[in-house]
Write a protein that binds this ligand. Structure first.
Ligand SMILES: NC(=O)N[C@@H](CC(=O)O)C(=O)O
Ligand SMILES: [Zn+2]
Ligand SMILES: [Zn+2]
Length: 421
């Protein structure tokens, strides 16, 4: 038995002070004053939440262990307050067959300190004109499917993929990128791209493929999930599709909520990611969409890369930034403390909504008797500076280094065990 004393938890839309008793991986009592001699953790009034859930991370093992491993990525996740994630399949080898998915699931379990669910690849080797055995991969343990990193280029491939994902009863998560509109772009198309003399990526590369997919999703009935939504037009399309009864969900990343292309003052690849940081108007539309529920959830798209890789120019550095150790803290500081949304809504978008949308049955959605003790404790009172030396991730590529934030993770529990420190 383990007692976490003096925590604040969300209950009936309010923060209340409680003690939480854990026994055999489960929360067995939540009450105002519980006594236990022995294993007692004094939380000193910090905020205890059900563990955060991230449906979009890159852990890079096997194939790119120098960027991240399952061990380092999952420790980073725990350090950010996450207890369940779904890992993308852009690995080497790619989990694109039932055998490879079951190997990856076993590897995730062996090396992960948190719960790691796995995406199977929509296409063999992520090359988008074929469709892999999604029904077989679902039986082998794939939680969802994606070709993240690349868009599915033809409507026919996407239609076949959706039919299979629907049959497998798994979500299909789309990285939206029409390659015919890319023109080797590396930054959002617009004034900032012109100023920095860098080739631009139009938002149409995302939204035109999204429009196509929403029509196909309606025809197939698949659960279609929009990865890292980034433009105002995309938000409007998802809003309309939901009204039309399409089974669509969408995620937005913390960086698209908090930064826009005008924050890129020089050729600094710490600001290079896919999709690129968009304009101010897009950023405001993403916040509005997150508030009204058009955007269902936050996902970090934690994309660690080597330090030397990211030290290159915008033109040649890889796309992607880390995020899993700073996301709750940045959003709590810049959306909740600043009065844009409530803490309850933030937790809804970082825990409840991903668990429900992706049917992650084992993950808890609240601090309540009978739930699994996957928990995260955050210090909402004191601020600190984001420093890469505090990261558990091998990836130090963050545009938020030096930012002052509240909400440091004090401890994270997975199945009733502390997995931080
Ligand atoms: N987001 C990124 O910029 N990069 C991701 C791929 C992806 O999410 O598309 C990566 O794997 O590095
Ligand atoms: Zn992507
Ligand atoms: Zn990604």
């Amino acid at each position: 038995m383990q007692l976490i004393k003096n925590v604040k938890i969300l209950k009936n839309h309010e923060l209340v002070t409680r003690d939480v008793l854990i026994d055999n991986k489960m929360i067995v009592q939540v009450a105002e004053n519980i006594e236990l001699s022995g294993d007692v953790f004094d939380a000193k009034g910090a905020f205890l939440s059900a563990g955060l859930v991230d449906v979009h991370v890159h852990f890079r093992e096997p194939g790119f262990d120098y960027k991240e491993t399952i061990a380092s990525g999952s420790k980073a996740a725990a350090n950010g307050g996450f207890t369940t994630v779904i890992a993308m399949p852009n690995l080497n080898p790619v989990p694109d067959t039932p055998e490879r998915v079951s190997e990856q699931v076993a590897l995730n379990k062996r090396h992960g300190v948190i719960h790691i669910e796995q995406y199977g690849a929509v296409s063999p080797d992520l090359v988008s004109h074929q469709v892999s055995d999604m029904v077989g991969m679902a039986s082998a343990g794939a939680a969802a499917f994606s070709n993240d990193g690349k868009g599915v280029q033809t409507a026919d491939t996407m239609l076949q993929a959706m039919l299979l994902a629907a049959r497998a009863d798994r979500p299909l998560a789309a990285h939206l990128e029409d390659e015919s509109l890319l023109h080797k772009g590396v930054i959002n198309a617009g004034d900032q791209a012109d100023k920095l003399e860098l080739p631009g990526i139009t938002g149409l590369a995302e939204s035109s493929q999204l429009a196509r997919d929403l029509v196909l999703a309606k025809a197939t009935g698949v659960h279609y999930h929009v990865a890292h939504i980034s433009t105002k037009t995309s938000v409007a399309l998802v809003r309309m599709a939901k009204l039309e009864g399409v089974h669509v969900t969408a995620e937005v990343s913390p960086h698209h909520l908090l930064l826009s292309d005008t924050d890129i003052h020089e050729d600094n690849a710490q600001f290079k990611m896919n999709p690129p940081l968009r304009g101010q108007v897009d950023r405001q539309a993403l916040i509005a969409g997150l508030l009204d529920g058009t955007i269902d959830m936050i996902a970090t798209d934690h994309a660690p890369h080597g330090t030397l890789e990211k030290a290159q120019s915008f033109k040649t550095a890889p796309f992607g930034i880390t995020g899993i150790e700073t996301s709750f803290q940045l959003l709590y500081t810049h959306l909740v403390r600043s009065g844009v949304m409530t803490l309850e809504t933030l937790i809804q978008r970082m825990v409840v909504s991903p668990v429900q949308a992706f049917k992650l049955k084992a993950a808890p959605t609240s601090v309540q008797v009978g739930e699994t003790a996957d928990l995260a404790l955050f210090d909402l009172e004191n601020s600190y500076q984001i420093e890469t030396s505090d990261f558990q991730s091998k990836g130090k590529n963050s545009p938020f280094v030096g930012w002052n934030v509240y909400g440091k993770t004090i401890a994270t529990w997975v199945d009733g065990q502390i997995v931080t420190q």
